[in-house]
Ligand binder design. Structure first.
Ligand code: ATP
Length: 539
């Protein structure tokens, strides 16, 4: 079962170094996060997989890396200066500010309906260019990577001699001054996008829109988000962005956040290339564009068959790296029973839970709201304690619980049982796992075991692409748990048999490889280890 609560993911991300709040030692910066040692690996692996699938494995794609800062005119003609606005309302009671389309007329903070009229707020960040701060010398931090592709259309076309249809892929940072950044990585102010602009002949757009929908769903499945977990939202006409003829939003059911967009696949027609072109009235554009008086180029394609210049239509699959990572973590997360729970010990925890709930019910130290929430959660848990024991941790982390003395007793009863009988495992696709293999010596104070384990790790790392680590900071069982929790598909143990000092001489020069998902162990010769792992990592 995937994660049931966003808290599980936030806690794991912090505990194991996937994600940190930005500038944490100064109190953080709202809506901005840093990727830690494991987070950067996972993020890079997601991006690399996207690039491999969409650029290397196709023969109709090119890559691009445009700058974040661009001429301000790009954002004038793209429509962003005019329309990249969200309607904002202020709550007159608690003074909080919200996006009108997110709150249905009620302040989520205080429940008041006394809100101001919605007014537009431009979400682009501005920054100063050069030393003199006059009104003309500013630029925007790009709010999407797409425009870097459109304004380079002619450059890519002439340097690669591509024929339609073809596409340009780009991964890069984007910035939006979101009014209410929230939900961890889901809505942030600085994020990365993976975008494709796919150029087609006008008329072929609807067919290619469908093809890209299929292709993108297949990729999500490939990185561990099954088709059955994604809903396709065919955006109704009155919600479409100004450039779109039709958009499919791919929606993932994030715990606590709900069913939300993970990727948008838009038919942008000839809007963008048309907007950035000169001589627009000679181009037979179908989109309504702002008159362009600054561009020095026509962004057209010469169609040999008809002998005419056309402005291609564009299909745009646009996905966020952070939202992808969050979905991958949620989908892969599991807390599972590894050993049957003894009924007597479980009964003791059950009793501790009941007396904890009684105490919560009687307590006057916590608010009625917090009390009801704890009781509801606790009673639900009590009904299925054998299956959901680890959720006791979340129950004990709820607001108000620190006021309840017997909470400590419940923790004391539950924790050892959880530690012994459950494991947290991230069932990441091996291709995405931050660390592919971890190598352990059976004993850390034995020179030959240590040296051999380090040599095994060094050799695996020589291939260059399989991140492999050495660890001897605990007993093997504990090291397995640590690797399970971060999604490492393989743990390799060097023991006395490996170094020819065990009971079975036939096992010399072999190691034990333990599989994350099945927990099964296999003996593999060191000489064959790399090939063995590569075969499995291809999955
Ligand atoms: P939303 O309606 O959720 O604000 P959007 O429709 O404005 O999103 P697009 O402009 O279509 O989003 O951007 C394409 C992708 O970029 C989104 O599907 C999402 O994955 C990602 N993205 C957009 N805004 C953010 C953000 N503030 N934080 C993280 N990712 C984002």
């Amino acid at each position: 079962m995937p994660a049931t609560s966003l808290d599980q993911i936030v806690a794991l991300a912090k505990r194991r170094g996937f994600i940190f709040p930005s500038s944490e030692i100064y109190g953080g910066l709202q809506g901005v996060y840093d990727y830690g040692p494991l987070g950067v690996e996972l993020k890079n692996n997601i991006i690399a997989d996207w690039w491999r699938t969409n650029v290397y494995e196709r023969d109709d794609m090119e890559g691009l890396d445009a700058a974040i800062l661009m001429n301000r005119l790009v954002w004038k003609y793209s429509g962003h200066e005019e329309t990249f606005n969200d309607p904002l309302v202020d709550c007159r009671v608690c003074k909080m500010r919200w996006r009108a389309d997110h709150i249905h007329g009620v302040c989520p903070n205080c429940g008041s309906r006394d809100l101001t009229e919605p007014r537009p707020f431009n979400m682009m960040f501005r920054t100063q260019i050069g030393p003199v701060a006059d009104s003309g010398s500013f630029a925007y931090l790009r709010p999407e990577t797409a425009q870097g592709i459109f304004v380079n259309f002619a450059n890519v076309l002439t340097t690669t001699a591509r024929k339609l249809p073809f596409g340009i892929a780009q991964v890069g940072k984007a910035f939006r001054n979101e009014i209410n950044p929230r939900n961890f990585l889901f809505r942030v102010r600085e994020f990365e996008q993976m975008e494709i602009e796919y150029f087609v002949m006008p008329g072929a757009d609807e067919e290619w829109h469908q093809r890209w929908l299929e292709s993108r769903l297949a990729w999500w499945e490939q990185i561990g988000i099954p088709r059955s977990r994604i809903t396709i939202y065919d955006v109704p006409a009155d919600e479409l962005a100004h450039y779109s003829k039709r958009t499919f939003d791919l929606m993932y059911d994030y715990p606590n956040i709900g069913v939300q967009e993970i990727e948008g696949i838009a038919n942008r027609t000839d809007y963008d290339l048309g907007s950035h072109s000169k001589d627009q009235d000679q181009l037979n554009l179908t989109a309504r564009v702002n008159r362009n008086e600054d561009s020095i180029a026509r962004l057209t394609y010469f169609d040999q068959a008809s002998g005419r210049h056309v402005v291609p239509y564009v299909i745009e699959p646009s996905a966020g790296v952070g939202r992808a990572m969050l979905a991958v973590l949620c989908e892969g997360y599991a807390e599972e029973l590894t050993k049957a729970l003894p009924a007597d010990k479980l009964a003791v925890v059950g009793e501790a839970l009941q007396s904890f709930l009684k105490s919560v019910g009687r307590s006057e130290k916590i608010s009625a709201e917090a009390r009801d929430a704890i009781l509801a959660r606790g009673e639900e848990l009590g009904q299925a304690l054998a299956e959901r024991l680890p959720e006791v941790e979340q129950l004990l982390a709820m607001p108000g619980v620190d006021q309840i003395e017997v909470g400590k007793k419940l923790r004391g009863q539950a924790q050892p049982l959880i530690d012994e009988h459950y494991r947290t495992v991230l069932r990441l696709k091996p291709r995405l796992a931050p660390i592919k293999a971890a190598v352990f010596p059976l004993k850390r104070n034995h020179d030959q075991l240590v040296a051999t384990a380090k040599e095994v790790r060094r050799r695996l790392q020589l291939g260059g692409d399989m991140r492999t680590v050495y660890d001897d900071t605990g007993a093997i069982g504990k090291l397995y748990r640590r690797q399970d929790e971060i999604g490492t598909p393989f743990c390799i143990t060097v023991d006395f048999d490996t170094i020819g000092q065990g009971k079975d001489p036939a096992l010399a020069e072999t190691v034990t490889v333990r599989d994350r998902d099945t927990m099964a162990q296999e003996r593999v010769p060191i000489a064959e280890l790399e090939a063995y792992l590569r075969e499995k990592l291809r999955a």
